[in-house]
Design a binder for this molecule. Structure first.
Ligand SMILES: [Zn+2]
Length: 201
């Protein structure tokens, strides 16, 4: 996920601060190619993860590296063409704050607030386009970490938006699916054009 407007600048600042400790966390880094919408793999429901294998850990490391490099605050496995229930995020945006790289396996939203919140969202699979999306202001999520431990936590603010944006990815849904059809079609047409241009390069 990406965020638009003034927050985007903050995310970039936070990323510079975040990279040092994040690199210590990341063992075998490699940046993977991010799929650009429209792509049938971004529309599929991802499969639940069974065993936590070394390959899955490598995938999580690569997702974090790819996300920080972009820079973004969330990235889901389907966005790099792997249809598994896994995403990473780090929505720390305060300058000087410690990073919090997270990898969530088989996440389930167990509760959402009635209060709603609107953020101008963006997505690494839909470069340069942003749209205001209204979502529950808080969300509780249960997931398994890379050590196989189950967690449940309530997320608020930008974290809540990010976690719901990424869970959407695992269900084959993009933030533009929350926009009005005309706006969605306009963005999709621009993405088709962008992909055509990139293919020619
Ligand atoms: Zn996204």
């Amino acid at each position: 996920m990406l965020i638009g407007g003034k927050l985007a600048g903050l995310a970039v600042v936070a990323r510079g601060v975040a990279l040092g400790p994040a690199i210590a966390y990341i063992r075998r880094m490699s940046i993977r190619a991010i799929l650009i919408h429209p792509d049938p793999r971004l529309k599929k429901v991802a499969k639940p993860v069974g065993d936590i294998t070394p390959e899955l850990r490598t995938l999580a490391d690569d997702l974090l590296e790819t996300m920080y490099n972009a820079p973004g605050i969330g990235l889901a496995a389907p966005q790099v063409g792997v249809l598994k229930q896994l995403f990473v995020m780090d929505a720390i945006k305060e300058e000087g704050a410690a990073p919090r790289p997270m990898a969530l396996i088989n996440p389930i939203v167990t509760w959402t607030s009635d209060d709603m919140n609107t953020y101008e969202e963006g997505c690494l699979s839909i470069p340069d386009h942003y749209g205001e999306v209204e979502r529950p202001a808080s969300a509780r999520v249960r997931w398994t970490d890379l050590d196989g431990k189950v967690h449940e936590e309530q997320f608020d603010g930008l974290w809540a938006t990010c976690v719901q944006h990424e869970v959407d990815h695992l269900n084959g849904k993009l933030f533009i699916d929350h926009l009005k059809p005309l706006r969605r079609q306009m963005i999709t047409r621009k993405m088709v054009k962008l992909k055509r241009e990139r293919a020619r390069m």
